[in-house]
Design a protein around this ligand. Structure first.
Ligand SMILES: Cc1cc2nc3c(=O)[nH]c(=O)nc-3n(C[C@H](O)[C@H](O)[C@H](O)COP(=O)(O)OP(=O)(O)OC[C@H]3O[C@@H](n4cnc5c(N)ncnc54)[C@H](O)[C@@H]3O)c2cc1C
Length: 397
């Protein structure tokens, strides 16, 4: 008889694991609390298919993003999802950034990512307005429509007869004496042989609901975007990224030409005041208390509050500062060229010692798999993560 599996979370990771499970013969139910698929991180991101150059060689992120870069592009092409492999530039804007750019070039090589160091003149052939003393050209980076990927997976799941439930939050989880996993949804109890938790910003809470005690807590980091005014979008031809700070898990504000020709600028990284807090006014006392009670929060604050966190908050509140960060990459970009766009909230796992979990983090128990850290590039890597989780789950059953 087919094994029954419940997947909690209908973002790109939950949908991808559901697809992998169906392909292995499982009977799958997906529970999503919102009224549409991909409503949170998946629907509020940069839509970049990352190449895999930033991540520690051998890490899950490195392996799955390099493979995911290929599988995601192939999936999109085969399923009528808009995608374009346009390549990108990582630019050193001063001599001081050159050693870090070299390190990145070596990392790209170690991860098997096609990338080459180019001169200022060569960089300007790709991006005439860029300020670069040198750049790393990465060919395999692309732009995509991740919500359209979700829609394609949903169509596949529907065809395969999966039970897909929107507006259905998982409110409680217990394992019966006979070993059946029971998920209370408010309306009904969903019974299955196994559970996969892909609840993104709520993944640690869902794990605790299932009787797990994950060490890591989710800390929500909001990333805000601006857009270049349409008459200024000619300033950016493709994707322009800064040399990242290796001590931080974020890539720094960048300029991304989207599939519709608009140019997005961002995201920055500020602590959100609720798990799904897309604006400064979105505040949850319960979420804040939970974050404040976790010892890792205070250790993180000691490390990053000043000057990194302080500067991020100032940039979030000041369009002039945001524009100044972008002008380091493209000096012609000014404050008046920017229009406020949306924001996304990253689910970033934090450990009690104050360190941010760098790699994807998956924990498994009897008939349960919990995805406890799946930040960028998890959308790029989703099909690989899906396969990995499906394999893991079957080893626990
Ligand atoms: C600003 C930003 C920019 C990014 N840029 C990129 C990029 O360019 N490329 C890239 O590869 N990655 C990028 N990422 C990362 C990427 O978006 C995420 O890694 C990916 O979307 C994670 O998918 P997910 O399915 O795990 O989470 P989500 O998309 O957040 O899905 C989790 C789902 O679980 C649901 N849920 C939660 N609790 C429950 C419950 N109790 N019951 C039922 N449902 C529940 C939520 O409603 C949500 O829909 C970015 C992220 C952000 C925030």
């Amino acid at each position: 008889m087919a094994r029954k599996v419940t997947v909690i979370g209908g973002g790109i990771v939950g949908l991808a694991v559901a697809r992998s499970l169906v392909q292995r013969g499982a009977q799958v139910t997906v529970l999503e609390k919102e009224a549409r698929w991909g409503a949170h991180q998946t629907g509020h991101n940069s839509n970049v298919v990352h190449a895999g150059l930033y991540y520690k060689p051998g890490s899950l992120k490195a392996r799955m993003s390099v493979a995911g870069n290929r599988s995601m592009v192939e999936y999109a092409q085969a399923n009528g999802v808009p995608v374009e492999v346009c390549g990108k530039l990582v630019v050193a804007t001063s001599e001081a950034e050159l050693p870090a750019l070299e390190v990145l070039a070596q990392r790209a090589e170690a991860n098997g990512v096609p990338a080459k160091m180019i001169t200022q003149g060569q960089a300007r052939e790709y991006e005439p307005e860029v300020a670069a003393v040198a750049a790393l050209r990465v060919e395999s980076t692309g732009i995509i429509d991740f919500p359209a990927v979700c829609a394609a997976i949903v169509r596949e799941l529907e065809t395969a007869g999966a039970d897909l439930r929107l507006s259905t939050p998982a409110l409680g989880i217990r394992t019966s004496e006979r070993g059946t996993v029971e998920v209370a949804t408010g309306g009904a109890i969903v019974r299955s042989d196994a559970l996969v938790n892909c609840a993104g910003l709520h993944s640690d809470r869902v794990a605790r609901m299932a009787g797990f005690s994950p060490k890591a807590r989710i800390v929500p980091f909001r990333g805000e975007y601006y857009e270049l005014r349409p008459d200024r979008s000619h300033l950016v031809k493709g994707l322009i990224y800064p040399v990242p700070d290796p001590t931080l898990p974020f890539l720094g504000v960048h300029l991304t030409r989207m599939l519709d020709g608009s140019v997005h600028a961002g995201p920055n990284a500020v602590l959100a005041l609720r798990r799904e807090g897309y604006r400064w006014g979105d505040l949850s006392v319960a979420d804040l208390l939970e974050t404040a009670r976790f010892p890792g929060t205070w250790r993180l604050a000691r490390k990053y509050a000043f000057p990194v966190g302080y500067e991020e908050v100032r940039r979030s509140l000041s369009k002039r500062r945001f524009a100044a960060s972008l002008a380091k990459l493209v000096p012609a970009v000014g404050e008046d060229d920017l229009v406020r766009s949306g924001a996304g909230v990253r689910a970033q796992a934090l450990l009690p010692d104050g360190s941010l979990v760098d790699d994807f983090l998956v924990e498994q128990g009897h008939r349960q798999v919990h995805v406890l850290n799946a930040p960028s590039p998890a959308a790029t890597s989703a099909l690989e993560i899906g396969n990995h989780l499906a394999e893991l789950l079957f080893t626990t059953m």
